[in-house]
Structures are given as C-alpha cells and as structure tokens.
Ligand binder design. Structure first.
Ligand code: ADP
Length: 294
C-alpha cells in the first residue's frame, strides 16, 4: 500500500480575453471546476498505474463529489477527512495567450492533525510507502512517524521550499524533483550544475530527477541511470510530473527494475503531455503497455 498524504483541490478555471486589471469587473468566456492538487493527481496516477493507493487528506464536507470522482478512478478514499474548512482550491485565469495567473487557497489541505496522522500510520507496515508533496502541513511530523514505523518515504518537494526540504532529507528514502526544484534545492542556476551537484551534495540519497522532454535521471551512491524521454508532440505538460511519479512508484512497488520503472513512467508522462488538461489526461496502465508495444 502507498499512503499518499497529499493536497486535494477543486480548482476554478476561467478563460478570459486578458487578466483582470485592478478595479476591473469582467465576464468570463468559460468556466470549469476541475479536480486538482499535486496530491490528488499523484493518487490518480498511482491508481491508474495499478497501485494500491490510500489518499490521506481533507476536504470540506459539502464537496463529497470529489470522493466519488477519486473513488471511480481507483483511489481509496477512506482516509480523507471531511471538515468544516473550505476545500483547497486554485482560482485560475487563463488568457488568450494561454498564460495563467493563479490564486491558491490551501484550506483543508493544511488542516491535517497529528491524531489523524498517528491513526493512519498505525496501520502501515515495512512493505508500505508514504508519499508526500509540499502542499500539505505536518510534513516533518509525518516523515518522522513513518520512519519510526519502518515505512519508506518518497518526497516530491513541490512547490520547492529548500529550507524545509534540507531539514527533512534525513527521513527521505526517495527524493523526486524536476529540474527547477533540483536547482533551487542546491542553489545553482543551471541544469547541468544540478545534475552533478545534487548527487555530490547528497551521495547516500536516492534521487529521481525528471528532466522535462530530455527524460529522467536516477542516482544513488555510484549508480547513475539515465532514461531518455519519448519523442511526442507535446500539447500541455500539466500533470506530467505527477503522472511520472505515480507510474514510477507503482512499478517500483511491483519490484520492477529501476530502468523498467523509469521507462514505463516516461511512457506514461509522454502520453499525458499529448493530451490537454490535468488529472483527466493521466493514462491507464493499458494505455502505457500499448504505447510501449508500438
Ligand atoms: P514537471 O511536470 O514536474 O515539471 P517534468 O517537466 O520534468 O516534470 O516532466 C516529467 C516527465 O514527463 C519527464 O521526465 C518526461 O519523461 C515527461 N515529459 C515532460 N515533457 C515532455 C515532452 N515534451 N515530451 C515527452 N515527455 C515529456
């Protein structure tokens, strides 16, 4: 089982001719409410990849349609708390140039309690994993408890907070970062410096570094594996990283070889970038198997 302590957002997406200016009131050309949050996206990717995933998080009690949606995609929702706190959400303006301007409200995503964490982790065993991103509260507390229980911890520090990430690295078994996060973590301003600098700074840490359309690198001690991305026509890279993480962890939990896990994850995220949207663009395990067969 993988316990994903992650954000759940119910986003509001408005398509506009231009971003709203100070003092302006403007009608929107379209409106959509979309399930999002890196946490929820990664749970969906894990479930679609075939993993046994229990999402741990919180939403407002009137937003139970989220639970049905997650459940229909294969995510176990039994550990999601229903609170009297607004569900986390982003208010997204999308202009004619396809740029976005976003207001984020963390809401229930920051209302996890130590009691809830304790109760969840009491069930976990050494075969299980805990997954976290940086969109919820109690990160260090959760990791500490997981380590005490002998549960492995995967951390995707997004959005990156270098201070917090360095502080919790002793609890992390697998760190998953993209290029920008890797650069921010070690304080360098180009990708090549991060590729050499990150393993040099943390030689004992297992790190997955995704490299956008170039592919992915895995390193730990003297192991250094590179897998090239698949060449596809990218339309929208939203949720590429979340898809990658879900498929990679699912594969690793299946005891697949690292190279095989990375290849499957690259295939899954390649399919994801050819589709427009977030959680709905995450492929199924069968999509990925067919993609790899062609
Ligand atoms: P994030 O979405 O977190 O910024 P990346 O941009 O590194 O993460 O993308 C994650 C993975 O998605 C990459 O390792 C790669 O396998 C795949 N990917 C991303 N962009 C493309 C692309 N344009 N073409 C093919 N694969 C891509």
């Amino acid at each position: 089982t993988i316990y994903n302590f992650g954000s759940i957002n119910l986003d509001h997406l408005y398509q506009l001719d231009h971003f709203v200016r100070p003092g302006e009131t403007m009608a929107s050309n379209s409106y959509q409410r979309l399930l999002g949050g890196k946490g929820a996206n990664q749970s969906v990717a894990l479930a679609k990849a075939g993993a046994d995933v229990k999402h741990v998080g919180a939403i407002h009690h009137t937003d139970q349609s989220i639970l049905q949606q997650l459940q229909s995609l294969g995510v176990d929702i039994g550990l999601i708390a229903l609170l009297d706190v607004p569900t986390g959400h982003a208010i997204i303006q999308l202009n004619k140039e396809a740029e976005n301007a976003i207001i984020l409200y963390q809401g229930a995503n920051h209302a996890l309690t130590e009691a809830q964490v304790d109760q969840v982790l009491e069930q976990a065993t050494a075969e299980d994993w805990v997954l976290l991103q940086n969109e919820t509260n109690l990160i260090e507390y959760i990791m500490r408890k997981a380590q005490q229980q002998g549960v492995k911890v995967a951390f995707n520090p997004a959005p990156m907070d270098a201070e917090l990430t360095k502080q919790v690295l002793p609890f992390v078994d697998l760190l998953i970062v993209n290029e920008v996060e890797a650069m921010d973590l070690i304080g360098v301003d180009n990708v090549d410096a991060a590729i050499t600098g990150l393993p040099a700074a943390y030689p004992d840490l297992a790190v997955l570094m995704t490299l956008g359309k170039a592919g992915v690198r895995y390193f730990k001690k003297d192991i250094n594996v590179f897998v090239k991305a698949f060449s596809v026509e990218a339309v929208d890279t939203t949720a590429a990283g979340d898809t990658f993480i879900g498929f990679c962890l699912s594969s690793l939990m299946n005891n697949d070889e690292m190279t095989q896990a990375l290849t499957r994850a690259c295939a899954a995220s390649a399919i994801c970038v050819t589709r427009l949207g977030a959680a709905i663009t995450i492929p199924t395990a069968q999509d990925v198997t067919e993609f790899l067969a062609n």
